[in-house]
Design a protein around this ligand. Structure first.
Ligand SMILES: Cc1cc2nc3c(=O)[nH]c(=O)nc-3n(C[C@H](O)[C@H](O)[C@H](O)COP(=O)(O)OP(=O)(O)OC[C@H]3O[C@@H](n4cnc5c(N)ncnc54)[C@H](O)[C@@H]3O)c2cc1C
Length: 403
């Protein structure tokens, strides 16, 4: 039997950050993850994704002392560029660039490779005082009583926690154990994820190209051996993504270069390709008895506009703002306030991402032309400033069109 203030299920990036955030509050923390330790996962190259961390997340990470871990190997994102290539020919017909410097900031955020970041984070968290970390150990169930949540692990351990945090991903066992349902929808898309090298420098510009099937996004990575590199997230309808994934490297590169419209010169694959299913999923509540849902246990959204992990870090910022200094971090009042303050902004953010995804999916030519007209409008009017604030990760309710 183990007694702790906070049990965290899930040692993904969100769960590890949660551990550091609660330790920073002086809580005792026990973190369990069903998967292998991240060092093993990193060397097996299991997560080829990179994550854009936006400025509000950087502020939170700085507060809890984790920013140096994220900054190591990060690439600045100084400009976001949206291109429309939805005409009859596969070529760029409209381009809108949004530079952070126009809003008085040097960057929108940074881009970091997930696997090495998770390995660094787990090493950092493991040596924090008051935290215990156990990989290769799954949560199998939980039973909340008035003053404690008893969480069962698959190695037979029982953990008594005043607060349990579900950071155990989209199929969260803790969420299911609490009987919290989800709303799930999607358009049968998948994301092809890989890294590329290219002859032209990316100049710290993140580029999103719209044609059909979903966005094609190039996000800057550090140069390797003096050669520029970028991470690619290429969203397509499932069957198209399946066909592309089955191609050999040479045939895949041909399709890749057609889709990228040559914006960074000829792209060459740098490493393996992976495919991720794309869904939208929102839990019915973000709280339960002595339970808080965070990250993908609470919300899953398509990788558009770098909202996923940044929204997860927003969950942790909101939750720890409520628990800080409280005698009982799992008190029902705190948790219901967490749900009330967090649910509506996350649902609104998901609706925004959903709208962008639908626009990027557009197949029929008239719809693609409408999207192109929208991009021109965005570039030429005061809406441009609003878009930049959103790009900077401004929380809902703080975006203003005023200079
Ligand atoms: C292609 C792609 C690109 C993305 N790009 C970005 C981006 O640029 N910016 C951004 O902000 N977001 C991005 N996201 C979203 C971001 O990656 C996710 O929001 C984030 O990784 C989710 O973190 P998580 O910790 O909730 O889930 P996960 O990373 O899935 O972690 C869940 C953990 O829980 C563990 N677990 C599962 N079940 C149990 C159990 N029963 N007991 C114990 N442990 C368990 C798992 O082993 C896992 O380690 C992207 C997503 C995709 C698919």
């Amino acid at each position: 039997m183990i007694d702790v203030d906070v049990l965290i299920a899930g040692g993904g990036i969100a769960g590890l950050v949660a551990a550091a955030a609660f330790v920073a509050e002086g809580r005792s923390v026990f973190l369990v993850d069903a998967g292998p330790g991240p060092e093993r996962a990193a060397t097996e190259d299991s997560d080829l994704r990179s994550t854009a961390i936006l400025e509000p997340s950087i502020a939170f990470l700085t507060e809890i002392g984790l920013w140096p871990v994220f900054a190591d190997g990060a690439t600045d994102l100084a400009t976001m560029r949206l291109l429309d290539a939805g005409g009859r020919e596969n070529a760029v017909r409209t381009s809108a660039a949004f530079a952070a410097v126009d809003t008085g900031r040097p960057r929108f955020g940074v881009n970091v490779l997930n696997a090495p970041l998770r390995a660094r984070l787990s090493a950092e968290v493991a040596q924090l005082p008051g935290v215990r970390v156990r990989f290769g150990c799954a949560v199998t169930g939980a039973l909340a009583r008035s003053n404690v949540n008893t969480v069962a692990l698959d190695d037979g351990t029982r953990v008594h926690a005043r607060l349990a945090i579900a950071a155990d991903g989209r199929d969260s066992r803790l969420r299911k154990a609490a009987g919290i349902g989800v709303r799930r929808w999607g358009f049968g898309q998948k994301a092809l994820v890989f890294a590329v090298s290219h002859p032209l420098p990316h100049n710290n510009i993140s580029t999103e190209i719209h044609r059909t099937g979903g966005p094609f996004t190039l996000v800057p990575l550090p140069d390797r051996a003096g050669v520029p590199h970028s991470a690619v997230v290429w969203m397509e309808r499932g069957p198209v993504a399946g066909r592309l994934h089955a191609l050999d490297d040479a045939a895949f590169e041909e399709e890749l270069n057609a889709r990228s419209c040559g914006v960074l010169g000829p792209l060459r694959l740098a490493g393996k390709r992976a495919v991720w299913p794309i869904v939208n999923q929102l839990a019915r509540r973000f709280d339960g008895p002595r339970l808080a849902l965070v990250a993908e246990a609470a919300h899953v959204m398509p990788p558009i506009g770098a909202q996923g992990l940044n929204t997860s870090l927003g969950d942790l910022r909101a939750l720890t703002a409520l628990t800080r200094g409280a005698a009982d971090p799992g008190a029902a009042g705190i948790l219901s306030r967490y749900h009330r303050t967090r649910y509506a902004p996350v649902a609104a953010r998901m609706a925004g991402v959903d709208l962008l995804n639908r626009a990027a999916l557009a197949g029929p030519q008239p719809l693609r032309d409408l999207r192109n007209a929208g991009l021109r409008l965005l570039d030429a009017t005061p809406l441009r400033r609003v878009a930049m604030q959103v790009g900077l990760g401004a929380p809902q309710g703080t975006v203003s069109g005023k200079p």
